[in-house]
Design a protein around this ligand. Structure first.
Ligand code: GLU
Length: 284
């Protein structure tokens, strides 16, 4: 243990919507080792708020995979059992006048955007200024009024191990969804509430979530909870540079485990910065 560095808390927070792959292993090992080598704690959180895509068999495989890699953790906690906390946070933001009901279908949003757009298109604010007395119980999601929220917080910063101090640019993502028709909390709200509630000091996760951190930082300020340090790491990629999650046929940890591969040896290989043949790391 390095003196003065106890109190570190990290977490691995997979969504049980599929099997874990090598990239997940590398991320979990980083988070685990960062805490454990400093005398800290490593938590496992199962992010299963998406009830339609989360599967118990994926949860079982995640636990078996992490144990096979030789990791030990506290938990897991399941987000599906913490919905009251997210509802409470949403109610707090509602009381501050910072969220609104959005009844737009995907098709309505697409139709209102003039330029060609991808799935990441920013919500054009159709429901933002609808008067409250016009609210109905028709299916809706809750969106954060980001401009209003930023006006309330003023400029914010957060810190990333590689990028240093970053100005929070939450506005670029538009009025993000905080709770959905089919899930009582979005990823953004649940992760912010949980990282705070679990006392996470250092968020070790893939660089694909870098942009999401702007939203998390804003939510932290609004909910008056501490900001962890962020340690976004490069993603592992396959031979053609494509992300493992998207790579057709990338071996899952479960497949390697079931084939009798040595999980601890694989973990040590990843720790040494060496990757199985054909894989590389990159900043997305
Ligand atoms: N549940 C997210 C995922 O599986 C990760 C959340 C996080 O690390 O903040 O992609």
């Amino acid at each position: 243990m390095i003196p003065g560095q106890g109190g570190i808390v990290t977490r691995f927070a997979p969504s049980p919507t599929g099997r874990l792959h090598l990239g997940h292993a590398a991320s979990a090992i980083r988070a685990h080792d960062f805490a454990v080598t400093r005398g800290g704690r490593f938590l496992l959180r199962i992010e299963d708020i998406d009830g339609t895509r989360s599967r118990p068999e994926h949860v079982a495989a995640i636990l078996a995979d992490l144990a096979w890699l030789g990791l030990r953790w506290e938990g897991p906690v399941f987000q599906s059992q913490r919905l009251d906390l997210y509802a409470e946070a949403l109610a707090k933001l509602d009381a501050m006048g910072l969220v609104y009901r959005c009844y737009c279908t995907r098709a309505a949003i697409a139709a209102s955007l003039s330029a060609p757009h991808g799935p990441e298109a920013v919500y054009p604010g159709i429901c933002r200024n609808r008067p409250r007395h016009e609210d109905t119980d028709a299916p809706h999601c809750w969106r954060l009024d980001v401009a209003k929220a930023l006006a309330r917080t003023g400029p914010l910063n957060w810190w990333d191990e590689t990028a240093g101090t970053i100005a929070c640019e939450a506005a670029a993502q538009g009025d993000v969804v905080l709770a959905r028709k089919d899930a009582p909390s979005s990823y953004h709200l649940a992760v912010t509430v949980d990282d705070a509630a679990q006392g996470v000091t250092d968020v070790v996760r893939g660089i694909d979530l870098f942009a999401a951190t702007h939203i998390h930082r804003l939510l932290q300020a609004l909910l008056a909870v501490p900001t962890p340090r962020y340690r976004h790491h490069p993603l592992l990629t396959g031979p053609n540079g494509e992300r493992l999650a998207k790579r057709h046929g990338a071996p899952t940890l479960a497949a390697l485990r079931e084939a009798g591969e040595d999980g601890r040896a694989l973990a040590d290989l990843l720790r040494a910065g060496r990757l199985p043949t054909g894989f590389s790391a990159r900043n997305a």
